[in-house]
Design a protein around this ligand. Structure first.
Ligand SMILES: NC(=O)c1ccc[n+]([C@@H]2O[C@H](COP(=O)([O-])OP(=O)(O)OC[C@H]3O[C@@H](n4cnc5c(N)ncnc54)[C@H](O)[C@@H]3O)[C@@H](O)[C@H]2O)c1
Length: 324
């Protein structure tokens, strides 16, 4: 039987890249995308693949039990669960929706996956569940690093990971968890650091930087993240966790300066603003396990990926015009 892949949150940033990659590279599977189209979701993100006959989009909420029942009873072989509330600042203002979608929504998917005998369930998680690393050390997050989330978004994702983990150990559901570092690329909603900086700079608006800008993130191009997930879909072992990263630790202020330089804009646009509460200092991923055990490696060098990303935003004003 043809594999039937349920992708949740496929109209968001990473999910849309993932579906595009799947449909362009496989013709022996059927993709069902369930997305609620929150402020962050946009059906236009997948306009170019709407003609594929092995693709179906359903506008809906993963917390909707009746809908989930209808989706799963048609037969689902794999679940790739991206849908989430994903912005840390919004979770600090109000965490309710984060608990609903990220924790309760995950529980709904796990229950249905169990009931309908799903063959593989992939929980898309984040390095933020590990908390923070000190500056000026070579410490890195491994899959064995204890979870220590420090903001409500990260806590909701850690809760979801724990639930997924429990469904493997208690019920034998074939769960795999992936934890990736910060993604960049086209189609990212302009509330996140890289697209927000690009669009402010293009429009000669002030570019905000939290605190002293020295917080470090570990960056990976979104297509490299998606190729890692596809590798896990094919070869990942149930009950395992795989960190995903490209070893690109960069301070926020360096990213901002890189973008301004590329766009030939003055650093006078930079405004240092009051730091985010609980702002994690540094993230750094050790992705040795997926590299060595599954043979995956990232392909897109940071400078090349950033140029492509900036050019994408420059060329797609129609996409971001109503969002910015
Ligand atoms: N962006 C990153 O750097 C990053 C890094 C590591 C992991 N992740 C994880 O990857 C996943 C996708 O992140 P993203 O950056 O693409 O997020 P995003 O905010 O761009 O997209 C989230 C998508 O989920 C949908 N959604 C939200 N609530 C829903 C619900 N209740 N039912 C159905 N759909 C719903 C939204 O409409 C949107 O299309 C998330 O789980 C996130 O935690 C993101």
């Amino acid at each position: 039987m043809m594999r039937r892949i349920l992708v949740t949150g496929g109209c968001g940033f990473i999910g849309s890249h993932f579906i595009r990659g799947l449909l362009n590279n496989y013709d022996d599977l059927f993709v069902i995308n369930v997305d609620k189209i929150t402020y962050a979701g946009n059906a236009e993100n997948l306009a170019d693949i709407a003609h594929f006959t092995n693709y179906r989009f359903i506008k809906g909420d993963i917390c909707d039990k009746n809908l989930m029942h209808k989706v799963f009873e048609q037969g689902i072989s794999d679940v790739i669960h991206f849908a989430a509330e994903s912005h840390v600042d919004r979770s600090i203002e109000d965490s309710q929706l984060f608990i609903r979608t990220n924790v309760q929504g995950t529980q709904m998917l796990l229950e249905h996956s169990l009931k309908y005998g799903v063959k593989k369930y992939i929980q898309i998680s984040t390095d933020e569940v590990y908390g923070t690393l000190p500056f000026n050390t070579r410490d890195v997050f491994t899959e064995d690093t204890p979870l220590s989330p420090r903001n409500p978004y990260a806590a909701s994702k850690a809760g979801a990971d724990m639930l997924a983990w429990s469904y493997f150990h208690t019920h034998g559901l074939p769960v795999v968890i992936t934890r990736c570092s910060n993604n960049y690329g086209g189609y990212q909603y302009p509330e996140k650091l890289i697209p927000k900086t690009i669009l402010n700079a293009i429009n000669d608006k002030p570019v905000g930087v939290y605190g002293d800008g020295l917080n470090i993130r570990d960056w990976i191009h979104v297509r490299d993240h998606c190729s890692a997930i596809t590798t896990v879909m094919e070869k990942g072992i149930a009950g395992e966790i795989y960190n995903i990263g490209a070893e690109n630790e960069i301070a926020n202020i360096e990213i901002v300066k890189w973008i301004l330089k590329y766009l030939n804009k003055s650093e006078d646009l930079i405004r240092y603003i009051k730091d985010r509460p609980g702002h994690d200092e540094r993230y750094a991923m050790n992705a040795k396990k997926i590299r060595e055990q599954l043979g995956w490696s990232p392909q897109i060098e940071f400078g090349e990926g950033m140029q492509e990303t900036i050019e994408w935003y420059k060329g797609n004003q129609k996409w971001w015009g109503r969002l910015f």
